[in-house]
Design a protein around this ligand. Structure first.
Ligand SMILES: [Zn+2]
Length: 227
C-alpha cells in the first residue's frame, strides 16, 4: 500500500530579524528559519543543521541531489517585487550533493568542484577546534568510525562557532556536548529519523521512536573489546 505523499518541508530565508524560540539564537536578515506550527526555529533546532544549502540554478543537479538525500527541504524567500515566495534552492545532505555532482559532471570536473566546496567549508571552520573536538569524541567513543568522528566534530564546531563565538567554544567541549553531538549524528545517519520527518512526523514523536536505536549504537561505540 502506497502512503500518501506528505507536504514538502519548507525553510524561509528571512528579510526581518527574528529569534529561535528554542535556543534563543538571533536570526538575522538573510538567515534560514523554519516554522514549526508558527514557531520560528533555527536550522539546528529544527534538526536541519546537518544539511547543506544547494542554490537553485542547475535543475538536473537539484533533482539528483534531492533524490540522493534521505531528507530534503525547500528554501523559499519572499519576493517583494513579485509578491510571492520564490524557491532559492534546497537543503540536502552533503553526500547527496557530491553524488549528484558526480552524476552530472565528468570525473575531472567533479574533483575540481569538490576541492572548491571543501575549501569553502574549511574557511567556515577552525581546524584546531575540529581536531580537538574529534579527539574528545574518540576518548568517549573509541569505537566510533574515524570518518564519522570527523564529520561529527565538523558539524558541532560549525554549530558552536555560529552560536557562541570561537573564544567560548572550548567551554562547550564538555562531555555532555559531545554526547549530544554524537547522538544527533546517529539520529540522522543510523536511524530512519529523517524519513520520519519527511513523512510529516513531529520532531519529538520521531525522536522518541528512534531513541532505543540511538542508545544501542552509543553503547556499541563506547564498548572496547579486551584484546
Ligand atoms: Zn535554535
Amino acid at each position: 500500500m502506497k502512503k500518501q505523499k506528505s507536504k514538502d518541508l519548507l525553510v524561509y530565508i528571512i528579510r526581518r530579524d527574528s529569534q529561535c524560540a528554542e535556543c534563543g539564537k538571533e536570526l538575522l536578515h538573510g538567515s534560514f528559519l523554519y516554522l514549526e506550527k508558527g514557531t520560528p526555529l533555527c536550522l539546528s533546532c529544527a534538526d536541519f543543521g546537518h544539511l547543506e544549502f544547494l542554490p537553485r540554478g542547475d535543475m538536473a543537479l537539484t533533482l539528483r541531489a534531492r533524490k540522493n538525500s534521505k531528507i530534503s527541504v525547500i528554501v523559499l524567500q519572499w519576493s517583494r517585487t513579485r509578491k510571492r515566495y520564490e524557491r532559492q534552492g534546497v537543503l540536502v545532505e552533503q553526500t547527496a550533493i557530491e553524488q549528484a555532482m558526480k552524476q552530472c559532471l565528468s570525473d575531472a570536473e567533479f574533483r575540481k568542484e569538490r576541492r572548491k566546496r571543501e575549501a569553502m567549508r574549511r574557511v567556515e571552520l577552525d581546524e584546531k577546534y575540529v581536531s580537538e573536538f574529534a579527539a574528545q569524541i574518540q576518548n568517549l567513543f573509541p569505537e566510533c568510525p574515524r570518518k564519522e568522528t570527523l564529520r561529527i566534530a565538523e558539524y558541532a564546531c560549525k554549530k558552536y562557532s555560529g552560536r557562541v563565538g570561537r573564544t567560548a567554544m572550548a567551554k562547550e567541549f564538555d562531555s555532555q556536548a559531545i554526547v549530544l553531538a554524537v547522538k544527533a549524528h546517529i539520529r540522522h545517519e543510523h536511524t530512519n529519523y529523517d524519513e520520519l520527518l519527511m513523512k510529516g512526523r513531529e520532531r519529538f514523536t520521531a525522536r522518541d521512536q528512534v531513541e532505543n536505536k540511538i542508545n544501542q549504537i552509543l553503547e556499541k561505540w563506547q564498548w572496547v573489546e579486551d584484546k
